[in-house]
Write a protein that binds this ligand. Structure first.
Ligand SMILES: [Zn+2]
Length: 431
């Protein structure tokens, strides 16, 4: 048991080579811990003479919260000067990056801690800043600086990839006209027993920018990619054709089913308009059923099923919404069954001129992407991984409110969804 109160205080403060001069505690204010560097003899860096203490400078850093309260570390450092005649050295102050980097607002340990809170756990910058009692930029700057250093140091983060996924993400809308900015997520889609992760995020969603990125990767890495997972977008198909021609393309089931649901919505709105002459109102049967229709059939209980049939009976005189609903369920079935030939037949059967125009449109899309949709049956790369990544990115976007710079956004999503090796964080040097 330690009995020396000064020593106990230093143990609590936990910083190397300092003595604790005092702790100021004013109600409603951050706790202020004043420390002083242990005074070893200083030596002149120019001429090697014994230096003398000129005075002491005090710098204040935002430190880790202490006992649940924001804390400031006031660090008193000796300013040295060289007494040797004619020596060009002027005065200098010691630095100790174990405590804080020169000109950093946060102590080093606080900076590493906020990087974990925001980068790894996905907490918002403003929430963490609130806990430290400092402003948004102070925390964000530290996360970007330390996060960049971690990602740079983690050279093993992206290993061999079996299935490479491409997905577009809306990064932000800025300006009064809500201008959309798109970026492309490049994903290791994982596979059986393999964790998926975000590999990179790049600005834009054109075939050109994505191909340029892939072409710049090592030849061996590209050769090992067997599957290319994509939404049903022309540009990404072109990327795989141009840059990974050997990989088998797979249409991401999540996007295929989403497309079928969009067609169902289109059909519902058209029939609504044709039968009632106005857009959906809260008492209109088709409008009331809009969520029920897009729900997976097996997730409807008996009452839900009865309600769905009743609403269709009341609002869908020609049975068009019902047929589109069946088409949507058929698309879902394509992925539920194991049998390749049966899945092929599902797609072919949908091409029928007596079907509503929305089903015909869906059928044309499925036919155009037929090989990519059916390739799923060979690869069994499920939509799970890409979908999980999309959800991660969406969460970062939601909590990353205020991020207006792509470079910051990129670091944030890579820290959160790119699974860097966090064990490296204590070893990195921020720049
Ligand atoms: Zn000197």
């Amino acid at each position: 048991m330690e009995s020396n109160p000064t020593r106990m205080c230093e143990l609590l403060v936990g910083l190397p080579d300092v003595v604790v001069l005092g702790v100021d505690d004013v109600a409603g204010e951050p706790i202020v811990v004043v420390v002083e560097s242990v005074l070893d003899q200083g030596w002149c860096r120019e001429c090697g003479s014994k230096a003398r203490v000129k005075d002491r400078s005090r710098v204040t850093h935002v430190d880790l919260p202490c006992f649940g309260r924001p804390t400031r570390l006031v660090w008193s450092k000796p300013r040295w000067w060289c007494p040797a005649a004619g020596c060009p050295a002027r005065s200098w102050t010691i630095t100790d990056p174990r405590i804080a980097w020169p000109r950093a607002a946060l102590t080093d340990r606080a900076a590493r801690w906020v990087t974990v809170q925001v980068g790894r756990h996905g907490r918002s910058v403003s929430e963490v800043a609130g806990e430290l009692g400092c402003d948004w930029h102070t925390v964000n700057d530290a996360v970007i600086t330390y996060g960049t250093a971690l990602l740079d140091a983690d050279t093993d983060r992206v290993g061999a990839v079996d299935a490479l996924g491409l997905d577009e993400t809306l990064f932000f809308r800025e300006g009064p006209r809500h201008h959309k900015k798109w970026c492309t997520s490049i994903v290791d889609a994982g596979g059986p027993g393999r964790q998926s992760k975000l590999i990179e995020v790049i600005e834009g969603r054109t075939a050109k920018v994505v191909s340029e990125w892939i072409d710049a990767q090592p030849q061996d890495w590209r050769t090992e990619i067997r599957w290319g997972v994509l939404d049903m977008s022309g540009p990404y198909r072109k990327v795989f054709n141009d840059s990974l021609g050997h990989a088998t393309q797979i249409a991401d089931p999540f996007h295929v089913v989403k497309h079928a649901n969009e067609k169902l919505d289109e059909c519902r709105r058209r029939v609504q308009n044709e039968t009632l002459g106005h857009r959906g109102r809260k008492d209109d049967p088709l409008y009331r059923g809009r969520r029920l229709f897009t729900k997976a059939h097996e997730r409807l209980d008996e009452a839900g099923e009865a309600k769905l049939l009743g609403l269709l009976e009341a609002g869908d005189p020609k049975g068009e919404v019902r047929m589109t609903w069946h088409a949507k369920e058929t698309v879902r079935q394509i992925y539920a069954i194991e049998d390749y030939d049966k899945a092929t037949k599902f797609i072919d059967d949908m091409a029928d001129e007596t079907m509503p125009i929305e089903v015909q449109s869906l059928s044309r899309t499925l036919t155009r992407w037929r090989s990519q949709i059916l390739a799923w049956h060979k690869a069994k790369v499920t939509n799970g991984p890409t979908e999980a990544i999309n959800n991660l990115i969406k969460r970062v976007k939601r909590i990353g409110f205020g991020l207006r710079r792509f470079s910051h956004y990129r670091i944030r999503v890579l820290l959160y969804a790119g699974h860097p090796n966090w064990d490296l964080l204590p070893t990195i040097t921020p720049r």
